[in-house]
Write a new protein. Structure first.
Length: 252
């Protein structure tokens, strides 16, 4: 139960009070619950969308968008902004990129990345919520977004020795943990089959996005950081959301 609570505490604003300081093993095992936390976030979004479906469409879309951000405390958006600033300001240099990423201030590129990300996600939500039968797909996108972080953390070097996610990767290469991570990844991908071909397209988009991001991250800084993981969640959610919506028009 503790690993799940750790994941819930880290990925959402839901108040969680742990009775004791978690061990490295428990923190590492919390990775296994990332997709489940994503499903809970998606279930809240879907529930609110159903309850408020009588609102004018543009107001409903804005409500779901804001709720999506609030539920995560803006954690992943913060990572996206920091990563964007570092990527442009780092001029291709690893040390400079990592140094800028640690700067808590947000530069113009970071602000621009947030505006573009918000526009892309809001517009896709607008189209999705026009079709009542697609509303339940709100459960899927947060699952796949957090699965992106799980895949990156379990397959990529974590480059900060004292980083926020260092404890999460402490036992990732043990046989038992590798087996569990593989099983959770497979089950999370299979969840998408509920949405038939549209879900399959979303899975393909996720895997392609994770592959591209991992390649780019390794090439620039040699692995991942907490900010890059946050950016990956945001970018993956938007990629699967867009691919799902586009597939609805192509594969109907």
């Amino acid at each position: 139960m503790t690993p799940f609570l750790i994941a819930l505490q880290f990925l959402t604003i839901i108040p969680v009070h742990l009775k004791a300081m978690p061990s490295d093993t428990e923190q590492s095992q919390s990775l296994l619950y990332y997709p489940l936390v994503g499903a809970l976030i998606g279930a809240v979004l879907y529930g609110v969308a159903l309850l408020c479906s009588g609102l004018p469409h543009i107001m409903l879309v804005s409500l779901i968008f804001v709720l999506w951000v609030v539920l995560t405390g803006g954690l992943h958006l913060d990572g996206l902004a920091d990563s964007a600033d570092a990527w442009v300001g780092g001029y291709g240099d690893k040390d400079r990129t990592l140094a800028i990423m640690k700067d808590p201030s947000c530069g113009p590129i970071g602000v621009l990345s947030l505006l573009l990300q918000g526009m892309m996600k809001w517009s896709a939500l607008y189209v999705l919520l026009q079709h009542h039968e697609l509303m339940n797909a709100l459960i899927l996108f947060p699952v796949l977004g957090r699965l992106a972080a799980l895949i990156l953390l379990s397959t990529t070097v974590y480059v900060r020795a004292q980083g926020i996610a260092q404890a999460l990767v402490a036992h990732r290469y043990s046989f038992g943990m590798c087996l569990k991570l593989s099983l959770v990844t497979l089950l999370s991908l299979l969840v998408a089959s509920y949405w038939s071909w549209h879900g399959l397209v979303s899975v393909i988009a996720l895997l392609l996005t994770v592959f591209i991001l991992r390649t780019v991250f390794v090439r620039r800084v040699g692995g991942v950081t907490g900010d890059l993981l946050g950016a990956s969640v945001e970018l993956s959610e938007t990629a699967v959301l867009w691919s799902f919506v586009l597939s609805y028009f192509i594969l109907v």
